[in-house]
Design a protein around this ligand. Structure first.
Ligand code: HPA
Length: 281
């Protein structure tokens, strides 16, 4: 057999990536956080941080031309080791679902059992104001495909995984309790994921409202499905960075999305700090 032609499976590539991370940061993390657009500040909260740029992890996709390369940061919160992904790979950037969710595969192989997914989202439900945090209770996958499409590797999980409780109820209760202690209003809602990158039209937002969506964004759902496939427990938090198209009558722009993320930075970081160390696996 000519070894030069042997092709690593997805599982083996994830193992390879996990070994590379382990060689640079040897703590056994059980929890992980993915930080969405404008929400990266939490990574600076870690004690004893070790940062690894995505491009130094084999199997992680090459970053696109815009190139604000992300990084994986290992460290501790309240003495508990955690891995933070500061940035993610979006489907709209042109990555396949497999590329976009490879970091989650890697985290799973690394031994992570609980995953906090955060994102910037547009508010559809008018009870949500700009700058509010929304706890994701469920999602609508409207990205046009499922990230598990293709051959299934049983080492990751089942062919037809159950999705009746993607966002862990016990974790939701922990997040609600912590927000309450901080006197921070946080509603629960349904997150709809579209592929982007254009923002929605007002007609699309009316459609999404009819379908039961409270907020809309372009990420999180593929990662949540992959995490559940691997049996991880998932918590999702959206930062409502703007009202969705047609709701306030104002055009939406990316600068506003980032500005709002910056505005809620202190509360968001504090909430994550409180919640993450309490997520048992
Ligand atoms: N739509 C989709 N994705 C988003 C939005 C939005 O209004 N705001 C932040 N991410």
């Amino acid at each position: 057999m000519d070894q030069a032609f042997s092709v690593e499976t997805l599982y083996e590539r994830a193992e390879h990536a996990a070994r590379t991370i382990r060689a640079r940061w040897s703590e056994e993390a059980r929890s992980s956080v993915v930080l969405g657009s404008g929400l990266g500040a939490f990574a600076d909260e870690l004690d004893e941080p070790v940062a690894i740029p995505f491009e130094e992890i084999p199997g992680f996709a090459e970053t696109t031309v815009e190139g604000h390369a992300g990084r994986l940061v290992g460290g501790k919160i309240e003495g508990v080791p955690i891995v933070v992904m500061q940035g993610r790979f979006h489907f709209y950037e042109g990555y396949s679902f497999e590329e976009a969710t490879f970091p989650v595969r890697t985290l799973g192989v690394l031994g992570v059992r609980s995953l906090v997914l955060t994102n910037a989202a547009g508010g559809i439900n008018t009870a949500l104001k700009q700058g509010a945090l929304m706890l994701i209770s469920d999602h609508l996958n409207l990205m046009g495909a499922n990230p598990l499409r293709g051959a299934n590797d049983d080492r990751f999980g089942a062919r037809f995984p159950d999705m009746s409780e993607v966002y862990d109820r016990e974790y939701q209760e922990i997040a609600v309790a912590e927000a309450h202690e901080m006197k921070l209003q946080m509603e629960r809602g349904v997150y709809a994921a579209l592929s982007g990158p254009s923002y929605e039209t007002p007609a699309e937002i009316r459609m999404l409202r009819t379908l039961g969506a409270d907020a809309v964004g372009m990420s999180t759902v593929p990662e949540a499905i992959i995490a559940r496939h691997m049996g991880m427990r998932v918590l999702g938090i959206s930062c409502i960075t703007n009202m969705a198209a047609g709701i306030s009558g104002q055009p939406i722009n990316h600068a506003e999305v980032l500005e709002t993320g910056e505005r809620v930075r202190a509360d968001f970081t504090e909430l994550l700090r409180r919640v993450v160390s309490k997520l048992t696996v």
